[in-house]
Design a protein around this ligand. Structure first.
Ligand SMILES: [Fe+2]
Ligand SMILES: [Fe+2]
Length: 151
């Protein structure tokens, strides 16, 4: 029932979610200044959501007879989300977050297609839910970007 492509995308998505947790956490700690407070709070809220996403994906992998990846299999991808040299450069972090959310959106769209093709409606349903969450995150950070660009 499960296809290799579904498993591959679920494993990639799991690794991306964990990398997102790491980078959101690090940026939430590193950023300084009054203007960063709102962003830090939003990152902290999203960390919990992304961690829940990872868990849901991991459980789905298990149900399909597979496993989520662990650290020795991990390849980092979020170059633009590394904490900026200038710890008050909030816009750099906002842009990095938008890149990460767009990558997640692309992965969940691919997963929806793969799951449909594999006749796997449970994975498809999960991917649709996660896609909706990532689109909401992107909208929130696009809003922040508008404001910070205007300063
Ligand atoms: Fe996520
Ligand atoms: Fe997200």
């Amino acid at each position: 029932m499960s296809s290799d492509r579904v498993i591959k995308l679920l494993r990639e998505a799991y690794a991306d979610e964990i990398e997102t947790v790491m980078n959101y956490q690090t940026n939430a700690i590193v950023l300084d200044g009054v203007r960063a407070e709102e962003i830090k709070g939003s990152l902290q809220a999203d960390i919990q959501e992304e961690l829940t996403h990872a868990e849901q994906i991991g459980q789905r992998l298990k149900q399909l007879g597979a496993r989520p990846p662990s650290s020795m299999e991990f390849t980092p991808r979020q170059e633009s989300l590394q904490p900026p040299e200038d710890s008050t450069d909030v816009l750099a972090v906002i842009n990095g977050v938008i890149d990460a959310e767009e990558a997640a959106i692309a992965t969940y769209r691919d997963l929806i297609d793969a799951a449909t093709e594999a006749n796997d409606p449970v994975t498809e349903d999960l991917a649709v839910t996660l896609l909706a969450d990532e689109e909401a995150h992107r909208t929130e950070f696009r809003g922040f970007r508008k404001e910070y660009r205007n300063d």
